[in-house]
Design a protein around this ligand. Structure first.
Ligand SMILES: [Zn+2]
Ligand SMILES: [Zn+2]
Length: 319
């Protein structure tokens, strides 16, 4: 009886369990040589946990993305190692220029202590950065140029751990990096920004889990896979409020519920329904060529023609 109950609850426990395991890992590894020399280790541990779970417990309607593995790996590497560095080196000095020129100092608030104790700052940064992520993501669906960039993330035909970081780097940085940079010039404690960023990133990766995990009431707080799959649906319920999409939140569903863009259709028994199919709503196929995604050729017709010319077979000269 107890075993049966446990099996019924397992789909609800799997992601919170993985989250707690990761949290414990972070706490025990704090200050260790690995954490110091390779601060990204957590992302790779969470990726490993996710891929293992996906293998043993695949989502019922999953489509294989195996043929995209090199594209997925390249995009994940570029996003993890380059974006933060490039944006930090170029945009942070530009962002600092404003307060420095007009206030004579680098930060809007002189000292990070002025913004309260660390735990308050972690909550504030989490709220503000998820609000930024929500707003920017929603704007990317609305603005036709940015939608072409962000559309690459929507062309994937299955939502899974290996494609959470599959997107054009500018699209990714606008949603996930720029907000943190702006908060750092406001003067928030960098440690608060890092803690909030790690929490966001891990929840973000859970939302892209290709397992059959269920959210239950947690779907109304956290953006779990059942919720995020609807964001990737080729078709949404006929409702003007979903014209540009739904479920734009990264870690939390709070902002979607607040601003009326939350979508989670259920059947008569209250079971969450699966979307009809996952993919680009306008039918763009998944892009296997990472270079095309990197240069966002869909947004630049001249570049697209250049790529197509290169791919055309050289025709034999007429005799
Ligand atoms: Zn989107
Ligand atoms: Zn996604």
């Amino acid at each position: 009886m107890l075993a049966k109950k446990f099996i019924n609850w397992l789909p609800y426990l799997i992601l919170p369990g993985a989250g707690i395991a990761l949290g414990v890992l972070y706490l025990t590894m704090r200050g260790s040589a690995l954490a110091k020399t390779f601060p990204f280790y957590g992302s790779f541990v969470s990726l490993f946990i996710m891929i293992t779970l996906e293998r043993v417990w695949t989502w019922r309607h999953a489509k294989s993305q195996r043929h995209m593995i090199w594209r997925d790996l390249t995009s994940t590497m570029v996003q993890t190692f380059l974006i933060g560095g490039i944006f930090g080196a170029i945009f942070l000095p530009i962002l600092h220029w404003g307060p420095q020129t007009f206030l004579g100092r680098r930060l809007l608030f002189g000292l990070s202590d002025q913004l309260g104790p660390l735990w308050v700052q972690v909550i504030a940064v989490s709220l503000l950065s998820t609000l930024w992520g929500y707003g920017m993501h929603r704007f990317e669906h609305y603005n036709s140029f940015l939608w072409k960039l962000h559309g690459y993330h929507h062309s994937v035909t299955n939502v899974q751990a290996t494609n959470i970081l599959v997107s054009n780097p500018v699209d990714y940085a606008l949603r996930n990096v720029l907000g943190g940079l702006i908060l750092s010039i406001v003067g928030f404690n960098p440690i608060a920004i890092v803690i909030a960023g790690v929490i966001d990133l891990n929840y973000g990766s859970f939302s892209h889990s290709g397992t059959d995990a269920k959210g239950g009431w947690m779907n109304y707080i956290f953006n779990g896979p059942e919720v995020h799959r609807w964001h990737h649906s080729v078709k949404l319920p006929d409702d003007p409020k979903f014209r540009y999409g739904c479920n734009f939140g990264v870690a939390t569903t709070f902002w979607d519920i607040l601003f009326g863009t939350f979508c989670l259709p259920k059947d008569a028994n209250g079971e969450v329904l699966a979307p009809p199919a996952l993919g680009h709503p306008e039918g763009y196929p998944d892009e296997p060529n990472y270079l095309k995604m990197l240069f966002a050729v869909r947004a630049f017709p001249a570049l697209e023609r250049l790529f197509e010319k290169k791919q055309q077979p050289i025709s034999a000269p007429a005799e």
